[in-house]
Design a binder for this molecule. Structure first.
Ligand code: MSP
Length: 495
């Protein structure tokens, strides 16, 4: 069986989960469900990033031990993932002793082989981003724009500079590694001047201690080095060789565009130093703004995911995030845009389609699916879908995928209008059968995005004993005589 290993970034626990975290995780869940549907063995890893001065500061402010803050935030994340029907295979926390052990062992290995060396760092440091500024950055952090603090301290460096040429060469030979295409330019820019070595330790108590052989009081391992290694420890590196051998390397790693430097430069360099195969693709998605502005608590424009799930349902939130904007570009999240898309795609097009023909089947055939005839235009449309959709998902083009499905939903509604089975013409049985069948197949394709509605549609169509995976996509598998039931609107219209 083919394998598929997929990861999200691990999320900081200094604040509540927000829409940005939901975005990456929902996207990963859609990919995981899709690849499972195709019959692959999927390993979907997500989790939380719990060390570093940012977390320590948030904990101090809340008068909590950092671990207690992390514990409470982890519960929030897990609650949200449950609400959103996120089916991860492993939730990793960087405070797990097994992970900490992997981080120390890797540090020690790289130290022994000369990829990590001791030196002194003098320069500016951004505490918010946990980032040592490069000499050319001045005193302002290039990522967040905050003023950095001057530091001079003994540290251990990773010889990132040693891997510059190898990275350039690897990217040239693996054009798929950096995704989407527009990110390549940014990575090339980062590689166009010499890469400085990377400081791997911090004067901070809340972190993983150095390996015993070089251990020093008050110094811990840099949170990004710790965090990146979750992708290894989370899949059994040095602990569960079977799982590790089965799934390594990642097939897709999803990240936001703000953490490109870490994932497209530092991460592959660490793997090169460890002589491990590199991920096949690292895809950086865009940023959600509100009203064209960055979301922030002080502006009061933060989109709160729990509220949206409760108000509109998890399916609607999952759908909006991936249907509204091509994955890779920035988007504007407003409640008005959300309601507009919900009403047009989900309430009107999809919801109404199911409602209209179910109602006709009840009136004309006592709720039993009538006998099939010629599949006509809908069967034809559906038969060409699979290769098209496979290609979209291979490119992680959720937007294009949903657009192709919307075309079919529109065609089905038009077919219903034109064939007008309510006139009870001689082909009305066949028309209604075709509408059931197209909806059944649509529900399979929509399941990764709308897990709740897809199952509900299948229930209402009385579908049982269907083959699994791609086999279920064949036209004509709905048995005439199955009982169609009606229910409340799948997506009640928002007034
Ligand atoms: N802990 C690090 C990742 C370590 S991975 C080895 C981190 N955490 S984070 O909680 O700050 O952010 C995690 C992800 O959320 C990032 O991929 C980031 O891009 C994404 N988002 C945060 N806010 C976002 C938006 N407003 N819009 C879209 N995604 C954004 O970085």
């Amino acid at each position: 069986m083919e394998k598929f290993y997929l990861t999200t970034p691990i999320y900081y626990v200094n604040a509540q989960p927000h829409i940005g975290h939901v975005y990456t995780t929902v996207a990963a869940d859609v990919l995981a469900r899709w690849h499972k549907f195709l019959g692959k063995e999927v390993f979907f890893l997500t989790g939380t990033d719990e060390h570093g001065s940012k977390i320590a500061a948030a904990a101090a402010e809340a008068n909590l031990h950092p671990k207690d803050l992390a514990d409470s935030m982890v519960l929030r994340y897990q609650k949200l993932w449950k609400l959103l029907k996120i089916k991860f295979d492993r939730f990793i926390r960087t405070t797990e002793p097994e992970h900490e052990e992997v981080v120390r062992t890797v540090f020690s290995k790289l130290y022994r082989q000369g990829d990590i060396y001791q030196g002194t760092y003098t320069g500016f440091y951004c505490f918010f981003c946990e980032y040592y500024l490069a000499p050319g950055d001045g005193t302002i952090c290039p990522d967040c724009g905050r003023t950095a603090k001057k530091l001079s301290e003994k540290t251990y460096f990773f010889r990132l500079s040693r891997y510059q040429e190898r990275l350039i060469d690897f990217f040239a030979r693996h054009p798929d590694f950096i995704q989407p295409d527009q990110v390549k330019e940014e990575v090339n820019n980062l590689l166009s001047s010499s890469l400085p070595d990377l400081s791997l330790t911090r004067r901070c108590d809340w972190g993983i201690s150095l390996p015993e052989e070089i251990s020093e009081e008050g110094i811990t391992i840099y949170v990004w080095f710790d965090a990146l290694l979750n992708y290894l420890s989370g899949v059994g590196y040095q602990r569960d060789d079977n799982t590790f051998q089965r799934f390594w390397p990642p097939d897709v790693q999803l990240i936001g565009k703000d953490i490109i430097r870490f994932h497209h430069i530092i991460w592959p360099a660490i793997l090169m130093a460890l002589q491990l195969p590199l991920p096949k693709r690292v895809f950086a998605h865009g940023w959600w703004l509100t009203g064209g502005e960055k979301m922030s608590k002080s502006k009061g424009n933060v989109i709160e995911p729990f509220t949206f799930c409760e108000k509109y349902g998890a399916d609607a939130l999952r759908y909006f995030l991936l249907a509204e904007v091509p994955f890779g570009l920035d988007g504007d999240f407003t409640e008005t845009a959300f309601q507009k898309r919900y009403n047009s795609d989900l309430a009107n097009d999809l919801g109404n389609l199911i409602h209209r023909f179910s109602n006709l089947i009840r009136n004309q055939f006592g709720g039993k699916v009538p006998e099939p005839g010629d599949g006509g235009i809908l069967a034809k449309k559906v038969s060409s879908l699979l290769p098209k959709l496979e290609e979209k998902m291979d490119r992680i083009d959720f937007f294009g995928y949903l657009e192709s499905l919307r075309e079919v939903i529109t065609a089905a509604n038009r077919y219903l209008d034109e064939e007008a089975p309510w006139r009870k013409g001689e082909n009305s049985a066949q028309v209604l059968y075709n509408l059931v069948e197209v909806s059944r197949i649509l529900s399979l394709y929509l399941e990764p995005f709308l897990p709740h509605a897809a199952v509900e549609i299948q229930k209402r169509l009385g579908l049982t004993e269907l083959p699994s995976g791609k086999e279920a996509l064949k036209w004509g598998l709905t048995k005439p005589g199955s009982q169609v039931t009606e229910g409340p609107p799948l997506f009640p219209r928002i007034k």
